[in-house]
Ligand binder design. Sequence first.
Ligand code: MV4
Length: 642
Amino acid sequence: MFSKILIANRGEIACRVIDTARRMGVATVAVYSDADRGARHVAMADEAVHIGGPAPRDSYLRGDAIIAAAQATGAQAIHPGYGFLSENPDFVDAVQAAGLVFIGPSGDAIRAMGLKDAAKRLMTKAGVPVVPGYHGAGQDPAMLAAEAAKIGYPVLIKAVAGGGGKGMRRVETAAGFAEALASAESEAATAFGNKAVLIEKYVEKPRHIEVQVFGDGTRAVHLFERDCSLQRRHQKVIEEAPAPGMTPQMRAAMGQAAVRAAEAIGYAGAGTVEFIVDASEGLRPDRFWFMEMNTRLQVEHPVTEAITGVDLVEWQLRVAAGEALPARQEDLHINGHAFEARLYAEDVPAGFLPATGTLTHLVFPPAARTDTGVRAGDTISPWYDPMIAKLTVHGPTRAVALAQLARALGATEVAGSVTNLDFLAALARHAGFRAGDVDTGLIARELAALVAEPAVPGAVVALAAIAAAGLAEGAGAMGGFTLWSPLRRAVLLEGHMAALIVEAPDRMRVELDGSAHDCVLKADGWWVDGAKLGARVVTQGGAISIFAGRAYHFNAVDPLARVAEVSGGGGLTLAPMPGLVKAVFVAAGQEVAAGERLAILEAMKMEHTLLAARAGRVAEVLCAPGAQVEAGAALIRLEVEE
Ligand code: MV4
């Protein structure tokens, strides 16, 4: 076994590799960019080497700097993780030329799978089913049209160099072929610098089912399948193993095909053979076809680890160090069912926009395996993939595992960035998904229902109002509190107006727009209207997060910066809350500028500066220093604008 390895990656996968290396007694070297000086993978590794600027091409894609770092630290092998240099055959060759071990396949095995048309020809020769189609070198449009007619419509035109759906066109009839071909070619030329295409029979109701393989360079075994059909724009969202509805016959056929694919290219290490499956009539052993092979460890490998009990990174290190395959095919079995959900910093209602921000609060449920590259206080930077974590659950059956996933998502606490947690939770509860009726179009078809923002319960708003008033731990610690004089105060939350009546240190009544809630703080947390909320309250400045089976986020309106409200044309400055007028800075007849200080109101033991909402002349001062005023009381009136 190696004594020291370098991990040429960052984020959760670097951390995950370090975990296993440490368990095996292997020392680890991290590499990092300027953006990752304080990153979790750097903190976890035994040593760390700075390799350049934040842009991937200046750091994590710099093969030369990474090889130099391995040599300088005495690492014997390089683990590439996924992405970055993991499937770059020239990097593999350079690592080996430097006398180091690449923890993965040979450069030639990667090259064999790199071009889609050559890979498909190779797979056909190896006896792996490939979607009926044309995978030849000739690219004459008339000839391609003739091939499409031979295959039979509908067909799919794909870029030979493609991936991720770029340069893909579905064509319904011969009449639409020429135009679709021209547009696919031009998109492929722009995206990949290679306009060559292949043509395939269009597979209806496609499912993405992939098989985990593991080779020693000669022989290979498979570790069963994963279903990754829940995708959005070719990004996987939730993966599972095994595939719902899989039959023993089809599993055997797919496993054998995947092993043939791996052995055909002398595959070493962990790899994945992706198949497209026609699920229009259920799963049938004659309806799966090779799509491509990913010559690396994949993001979703934890679901395979959960159902097989195998640590795939341990296997990677052992085989790369020269050991035989750690198990025979007959030793491998499926135990239960697993799901993985990818938690992203992204704004789902805004169209899944990647988000950035500092994760002020981050707590993962202990019942799930969590793979993460960040800790509370870390920042999701714009430089890299905004994945926060992968949550993996494992149960005896699919139904139990899915219930665990829903529960784990509900118990995940993130504040400081928007996330896709609600979207993931909606998917975990989706009836079609629960029934195992998945296909690659499910998310697109159900998008409106999956992104609908659920209503916020009044009980949660009430608790947020209590938190905004600084009373989430009760009013017992409040100085000057008297049981016999209930305190009433206005609380402002963005989008909500609440009145809070403190009846006892641990008892409050919150009046919202159309409802009132009795809130009682007991030893086991807040009870609202007689029901236990089971909520955790986290405040960070004016940001309030309530975690109660789902995360709810509120912003307390900052009264200090609050620009006074103007009612009608009257230019009235109102008291935003009940309080004591501490000072008045203007007099009738005086000209004020927009944003100028008008008065100071003291409330909740804080001073709140009231500012002019617009420029104008003061018509009337309606309060005097020392006066106690109610929420909403008119304090200063500006003259009506001409
Ligand atoms: C297909 C297909 C239907 N028929 N090929 C999408 C990206 C890629 N690598 C191949 N893809 C597809 N190829 C034929 N002949 C439908 C898809 C497809 C898809 C495949 C896997 C996972 C998600 C997908 C989403 C849309 C379309």
